[in-house]
Design a protein around this ligand. Sequence first.
Ligand code: FE2
Length: 312
Amino acid sequence: MSTLAEADFPAGIGMTTTQAPFIEQAQAQGQIYIAQPYSLYSDENHEAWRRLYARMLPQWEKYANEHFLAGIANLCLNPEKVPLLEDVNKFLSPLTGFKAKPVSGYVPAFQFFDCLRNRDFPTTITVRMLDKLDYLPEPDIFHDIAGHVPMHTDKYFADTLVRFGECAHTAAVLAQEIKDKSEQTRKVASIIKAMARFFWFTIEFGLMRDRASGSIKAYGSGLLSSYGELEYSIKSPDVQRYPVQLEWIINQYFEIDHYQPLLFIVDSFDHLFSLVDELELWMKEGKLDNVSPGEPEVNDADLRSFLDAELG
Ligand SMILES: [Fe+2]
């Protein structure tokens, strides 16, 4: 197997979503965790970052949770250039121990959550196309670094992510104790579905009520990295917003290809942390074994990642 070397690719060749030869080669070689080949970003990639950042900034000031705004200030991101993850980590790690860890794309569910348990955040390093700056279903570096990572500077939010990673560990332990194979598959698929829905309606699309003003603000990264959906999520009368209920979100399907019509509000990150505790308790009690069918579908790689997880 040949190794993957930044120097083997022409400088500025591009690290564009679905059009990055470096990423294609990493995937072909089965390399999930990679180095960020910074010299390969094209002028167009940097221009896409610059435009994304410039148009989001005023939206964040209006609609983002205060902890996100503090995170943006603390990370000292360069508005003009695609971030170098090592630079991001220089500001991030001293605050919460979290690090952005470059990946080539899809990470199987257990490994993804287990990274969180270890305070690593699997980070996409490609940039969306310049002529497609609006929401795209797959993550890119703007979604991951400008949408997720500012939240990771907050101690309580970071601890919640770690707690969620611990839940995945518990799920894998429980899964591997089930002897009957078909029951094992059925229950584990249900637990993964419940966890994916929880993650979606909180970490990706969560809203929080601001204590001082009483107004609703976004802390979910899917909202914070979408120019159109951030304002829509807060302002549109077409969005239903409800106080979060665990039994609801784990049984609620979602679709990724349009603005979310249904969002849930937490009171605080303490509240969110306590919900993750409850999620784990319910998992142990078997209350996640029969969640309602529907999206997201659990693929075989995600299932196997739990069943084959090496549990130290
Ligand atoms: Fe995300």
